[in-house]
Design a protein around this ligand. Structure first.
Ligand code: GLA
Length: 362
């Protein structure tokens, strides 16, 4: 009898210990970060099906990876398709997550009809068509998600990478509007003003890449935002995309944050991923090396540390994907090179990076 009781107690003890261990594994990121900022992920219609609820429960914010882009929402003029966007927004609502809206005005993933105007039209007539298209798109999209989307990336990636020009001159919007900085700036200002009129509660952001790594592009972006605000554009925040590799330093991120401080706007890290590679070679790896994973964890730790240190202005940090089974970096910049840039591995298990951002000293 004694033996049986001891065995039962032993089984109970082992069960408790393993349950506690599971608990540790399942430490929930959004609880850890409750007092700091929203912790987000980008999701698409596939990851919504693919990823375990336990993984998704870590996050308090969702960005639709593609589902709210112009080509998904209004592929042909006047035909709005909301099925996939609705599915993500409904998922977020059901799970008590906020939604970042991405994006209204962008040169990419926007169908070519949007930029097409009649050659015989005057400049004024062409502008009328382009402004009307943007307005009707924004009215329909912002209108539909008025109660559900709390931040809009109103404009995405309009700045040039190259110091010889200010705005990106190869943008379909820029050329359609006549290829002058003034015309484009008026259009951008209009977009922000219109967005504010359509939803006075939503926060309106400008979003771009390399704002941390490229101080020249960052300086131009600061100037652009200053100009737009002076022209009356209601800009509430700037999104640092942060597609980075492990060489990112705390100082680089802090310098970027500091350069926007005088504007008194919020900062979001909107598309964080930490590539395993620092060049375009393809070593044909089938899994990441331990060195890659540990460098990556160091980088994630630095990113979230700087975000925490600046949580008075950094109000949201979103990772651009959920589990390593699916990432856009499998095809960019090297087609077919497997990458593992996210917080959860290909099977949805938390990686070293995940634990490192969960565990920190206050
Ligand atoms: C940019 C865009 C995102 C997405 C990524 C690549 O950063 O802002 O919407 O397309 O590229 O996935």
């Amino acid at each position: 009898m004694k033996k049986i009781i001891i065995s039962i107690l032993l089984v109970l003890f082992i069960f408790c210990v393993s349950a506690c261990d599971d608990k540790k594994d399942m430490q929930v990121l959004k609880d850890v970060y409750e007092d700091y900022f929203e912790v987000g992920i980008a999701m698409n219609k596939n990851t919504l099906q693919l990823v375990d609820q336990d993984v998704l429960n870590n996050f308090s914010s969702v960005t639709a990876e593609n589902e709210l882009k112009w080509e998904s929402i209004q592929p042909t003029e006047g035909n709005f398709v909301f099925t996939n966007a609705d599915a993500l927004v409904n998922y977020a609502k059901k799970n008590d997550m906020v939604v970042r809206g991405h994006t209204l005005l962008w040169h990419s993933q926007t169908p070519s009809w949007v930029f097409r105007t009649d050659l015989s039209d005057t400049r004024e007539e062409k502008n009328e068509v382009l402004y009307a298209r943007l307005d009707s798109h924004m009215e329909t999209v912002i209108g539909r998600f008025k109660d559900d989307i709390y931040i809009w990336d109103v404009a995405n990636e309009v700045m040039s990478d190259n110091g010889n020009e200010f705005y990106r001159a190869d943008s379909g919007w820029y050329t359609a509007l006549g290829s002058t900085d003034d015309a484009f700036e008026n259009f951008l200002t209009h977009a922000f003003i219109e967005a504010r009129e359509l939803d006075s509660n939503a926060l309106l952001f400008y979003n771009d890449y390399n704002l941390v790594a490229d101080s020249g592009k960052r300086a131009r972006t600061v100037t652009m935002i200053e100009n737009l605000i002076a022209a009356g554009a209601p800009i509430d925040g700037v999104g640092f995309q942060m597609h980075v590799d492990y060489r990112i330093t705390e100082k680089m991120i802090q310098d970027a944050i500091d350069d926007f401080a005088h504007l008194d706007i919020e900062i979001n890290f909107t598309e964080v991923d930490v590539s395993c590679y620092i060049n375009n070679d393809n070593p044909g790896l089938e899994k990441p090396t331990s060195e890659m994973l540990s460098n990556q964890a160091d980088a994630y730790e630095r990113i979230y540390k700087v975000a925490r240190d600046n949580s008075d202005v950094v109000t949201s940090v979103t990772v651009w994907g959920v589990i390593d089974a699916y990432t856009w970096l499998d095809s960019f910049p090297v087609q077919g090179r497997k990458n593992w840039p996210l917080l959860f591995d290909v099977n949805g298990k938390p990686k070293e990076s995940y634990y490192r951002i969960c565990e920190f000293e206050e």
